[in-house]
Design a protein around this ligand. Structure first.
Ligand code: T46
Length: 186
């Protein structure tokens, strides 16, 4: 029995993953990850790390994060509490969708997840207080390879649905892109 259904999105490798709820009178079970099933969506690696974030305030933005090669990673992002507006940006040099962004509503209710390919930055805005995300990563955290784009960068043009009420100092300090930025070569 398949626990996921996949919808390809306008950025190559980006995929909406619908996590099926197996319900009964007690409630439900849903799967967060399955290497056999997710292979069909391009996930070839074992899960290297699973992270959990809690975001207290509606309107908070985290992102836009990525890891430089050779630590470029895939992420499978699921919202297990509240709702977020989840954004991926294509940073792959030469990609026909270079610097294009795409967003999905992920929520506890809709059971959707976003599979983000290597070479894309990820960020989100919480649409509710007390939003919680679970991230499956295909590569371990490599602080020396961390990269970030400014979520408010006009060159990216991400139209956040709510007023941005909070960002980390580090995210606020990400430089704005200039014309020299040619993207990541994977
Ligand atoms: C990713 C990571 C971070 N950290 C440390 C580094 C910082 O001292 C602290 C918070 O990290 P950061 O501000 O990067 O966390 P977020 O801004 O919440 O980033 C998260 O949300 C955005 C949208 C993402 O896409 C990231 O993958 C995800 O980690 O945890 C660790 O110790 N291990 C880790 O695996």
């Amino acid at each position: 029995m398949s626990c996921f259904s996949f919808t390809a999105l306008p950025i190559k490798g980006l995929c909406r993953v619908q996590r099926e709820h197996i319900g009964d009178s007690r409630g439900f079970l849903s799967r967060l990850f399955c290497v056999d099933e997710l292979r069909a969506a391009g996930w070839e690696h074992p899960v290297a790390q699973i992270n959990h974030t809690y975001t207290a305030r509606r309107g908070t933005v985290r992102g836009m994060h990525f890891q430089h090669p050779p630590h470029a990673e895939m992420k499978l992002v699921s919202c297990v509490r509240g709702e977020v507006w989840d954004v991926a940006i294509d940073l792959r040099a030469g990609s026909p969708t270079f610097l294009h962004w795409y967003a999905e509503h992920l929520s506890e209710e809709n059971g959707s997840a976003l599979l983000i390919p290597e070479g894309c930055a990820h960020g989100f805005q919480s649409l509710t207080d007390d939003a919680e995300l679970i991230y499956c990563h295909s590569m371990a955290y490599a602080p020396q390879a961390e990269g970030g784009l400014n979520p408010l960068d006009g060159r990216l043009g991400v139209s956040w649905p709510l007023e941005v009420v909070e960002m980390s100092a580090r995210d606020s300090a990400h430089p704005m892109l200039d014309s020299q930025f040619k993207g990541l070569t994977l």
